[in-house]
Ligand binder design. Sequence first.
Ligand SMILES: O=C(O)[C@H]1O[C@H](OP(=O)(O)OP(=O)(O)OC[C@H]2O[C@@H](n3ccc(=O)[nH]c3=O)[C@H](O)[C@@H]2O)[C@H](O)[C@@H](O)[C@H]1O
Length: 421
Amino acid sequence: MVDRPPYVHRRWPNYSAPKLIFWASIFAALILFLIFHSPPPEISSERRTAATWGGLNWEKRVQISARPRSNSPSHSGGAGHLSVLVTGAAGFVGSHVSTALKRRGDGVVGLDNFNSYYDPSLKRSRQKLLEKSGVFVVEGDINDAVLLHTLFDIVAFTHVVHLAAQAGVRYAMKNPGSYVHSNIAGLVSIFEACKSANPQPSIVWASSSSVYGLNSKVPFSEKDQTDKPASLYAATKKAGEEIAHTYNHIYGLSITGLRFFTVYGPWGRPDMAYFFFTKDILKGKPIQIFEGPDHSSVARDFTYIDDIVRGCLGAIDTAEKSTGSGGKKKGVAQLRVFNLGNTSPVPVIKLVSILEKLLKVKAKKNVLPMPRNGDVLFTHANISSAKKELHYKPTTDLQTGLKKFVHWYLEYYSGNSEKRS
Ligand SMILES: O=C(O)[C@H]1O[C@H](OP(=O)(O)OP(=O)(O)OC[C@H]2O[C@@H](n3ccc(=O)[nH]c3=O)[C@H](O)[C@@H]2O)[C@H](O)[C@@H](O)[C@H]1O
């Protein structure tokens, strides 16, 4: 007789019912243990809220929000009122720009994904204010092409102010992917939607002072080389400027890039030094102050939000129309880039001493050499070009601007310590 291979005769072992129940309970207990003891997923800006757009009611809200006020005087060189899509509208600069546009009579629709890079409740508070002033903020992502096309189907936007971005210089070392997702893919997605829109809108978007990178010629001029970015954040903003050139060249999009210099003020970003220094000083927590080689001070051309808003409005009002239609270029279109700074750099140590006086609390300072984290030693804007073309004229010094910030901070967080944690 030929022996059969063992697998032919393989059978389930003969388990009794109590044994099966015993092993099943052990297995179930193990699964429950793993579920309850596994670490929570890391909160990152990659986590997006589910899309909450669409429907007749939603469309109506978009249309109403986009409608300019008809009875107020025109402001943009006789071109009539504007209908503006502001991306990153629940962000720091975005919320201020949206409010300013609405206040002067333009139609504004906001777009924001409310990601959790920093406390989303601050973004929700900004959204509440925007809604009070009549700005509807659509909840969605700039990478959502269907959403963008839907918005352009509903409204013939005259302008797109693109401020949605992954901000922050140092965070780029922790989450590089989010910079590529927002500042490269997201920017391309916006340009794609604008290029196929009919009519094509004019675009104003946020670049950054960080594109000057290791440039040591001061003050920084738009004519200077910007080929030595010190951080991935800076590299993605620089890449954005090159991508803008391409879309302008091929499709006739009118594009203006604004290089913002360390913008601060009320409703600011909690990830920025002036903001978390304030929080930590009040809590009695030590703060770290970076210094350069040979104990040299690190300095920034801190620029107050109201000045930046005026610069943005200047850019919007002087933007020429895009020349293409239906994705085809019909003529040469405007392509610009401007520094929006304050022209007077202030050492970080001086920023801290202003805060100490305003808060009436002595900071616990740890001065340490600047880590290699993407930071640069100083920034300093030459703004002659923006002065000439946009009539940009910053008027707020750091002392005055920080006073307004501290006033807002104390009021916003007063009696609401969970907001601050
Ligand atoms: O102009 C820009 O384009 C960028 O401006 C902003 O970047 P920065 O100028 O780097 O501002 P910010 O982080 O507030 O650090 C301020 C200073 O504090 C120093 N700094 C910082 C942290 C710390 O713990 N200690 C310290 O000394 C630090 O070395 C620096 O000298 C925006 O965040 C960025 O999104 C982008 O818009």
